[in-house]
Design a protein around this ligand. Sequence first.
Ligand code: PRX
Length: 664
Amino acid sequence: MSGEEALEAQLGEREYYRPPAQFVGQANATDPEIYDRFEDFPTGFEEWAELLDWDEYWDEPFDGSEPPFFKWFVGGKLNASYNCIDRHLDERANQTALLWESEDSEEVRRIAYQDLYREVNELAAALRELGVEEDDIVTLHLPMVPALPITMLALARIGAPHSQVFAGFSADALATRIDDAGSDVVVTIDGYYRRGELLHHKQKADQAVESADHDVDNVLVWTRHGPEDLHEDASWEDGRDIFIEDLVAEHEGDRIQPVSRDAEDPLFLMYTSGTTGRPKGCQHRTGGYLTWAAGTSRNVLDIKPEDTYWCAADIGWITGHSYIVYGPLALGTTSLMREGAPDTPHKGIIWEIAERYDVDIFHTSPTAVRMFMKWGEDIPAGYDFDFRHLTTVGEPIQPEAWKWYYEHIGHGDAVIVDTWWQTETGGHLITNLPALQDMKPGSAGVAVPGIKANVYGPAGEPVAPESGQAGDLVIERPWPGMLQTVYGDPERFIETYWSQFSDTNSDDWRDWVYCPEDGAVYEEDGYFRILGRLDDVMNVAGHRIGTMELESAVAQVPEVAEAAVAARQDDMKGEVPDVYVIPREGIDEEVDIPAKAVAAIEEEIGAFARPNAVIVVDELPKTRSGKIMRRLLENISNDENLGNTDTLRDPSVPEQIRQQVHGD
Ligand code: PRX
């Protein structure tokens, strides 16, 4: 079989879908020469930096003299809050910037650019008076309410980086991040709605501040319904806890001059999971990050100021930072955000909202698409919405789900844009510019202009596209949106992302290759098919969870001797964790170990990381040297062939576990 035939056999029938003519006719990016312009490294990227307002222009677009600590738009100065708010006031002061819907749609807020300007300024003034200074890192633990983007933008205005921790994270997870960032100030809210219930939220910050090593001076508290109507369980510590409403009341009408930040000054930290238990604080710079968020929002998401754009992600993750807040607002559009679950108050709510506001662009995850598909096409068919652009992010989308989305949500006349990227990359790296390439279900698309992507074999040799072979996805050249470092741990930055395929002794940036730890196939047509993580990280419903984090949480249970986590393929969520545990000898038989393991995960990480199953076993498959063979557990979880187990310390163990899980 020739290489080409092998590829055909592997991919099955190739299918391309042309972008609809009416989309192409109005798209932002229609000139294929953008790829040539951005090949001109590094000056090509200036085109996207020009989308922003700079207080001072850069001297050099790129400084690669200290790899891998690259600098972008060196000498330039700007403020992210100014770029997302002030500069739009002349033309669109009364246009809605943030359109917020509560879970039951009874509360709605339309925050015009003028209102956003006022609220952000007043909060910035209050924060400054409280003592928050430029470069202080403030940790936020906020859900999907307008308070979250307002706080981010107020901090950006005074040059204090934010570190927003997804509201679903537990108190312990929050404490770890407060300690790592060394935050003196934490911002939370008393409660928020999920599935009709007002969840008490402030207690997580209370517990986190209690257990953190770092001394937190203040917990600033937003309220869901106003200070006079606090969540009934909220507690209060005088002196430490302050209502944001009270702080801001003293600053009514105040205006704060946006701090002119160096392009390289950090804008925010975003913690993410890796191979080891400790989360990494990905540090993003002001100039390069905002350039990338704005450039990709314009060219990939096709956002225009007059659009109503809805990204249904959570601002607590990078998608929401780049593509609910910074990118869309930098372009002056209307960005919709919603509190609550997609099936509450009913399964048609997403489409009802899309119809109500005539949403033009809708952005979600493949997990959500699979869920909509399971609920059935009759639900969206009951609403009159009309998208021109649909984005997916976070996981591979199976062609079947893609086609359903195309037909039943896009009605065959919207583009579907699969976007591959990571917390670390700041924004999209692999995706089509939707008017310029045909869509191909199951492939993320081509490299973004200026991005040099490739697929390497184990020895770092490029895999020929025509071979159809999978390998390590790599990025061979720096780009402005990339993380600056791992906060406080430059060694870990090098070790995690660069050590695999770079000449780490070289001071020539060309010798440095970024390794995202994803498997991919580089297809002959230049498209990349992303296969998933190569390290010990699971992708659960588009959420990145380290297996080591899960294992160390379960190891906290006193009755557990050993724990190992395996990824089970799941039709809905992509992957879900199965936890295998060996109980300690001599423990009380009555103890419900699975329940304790689940509780430990909820406490250490959060309920969103809850395992699919906890399986209590007598022994785990181990090599003779005692290393747990997680691959075999994964085979068992997925009911796959176990292969040869002869080299194990006890070759019969996998079969015993298999029978326990699946029967005979
Ligand atoms: O494995 C890839 C997967 O999500 C990982 C990044 O997760 P996170 O940092 O949480 O960012 C999610 C939002 C960008 C990647 O290493 N991933 C992301 N997008 C895709 C994807 N896998 C396949 N196709 C995608 N479009």
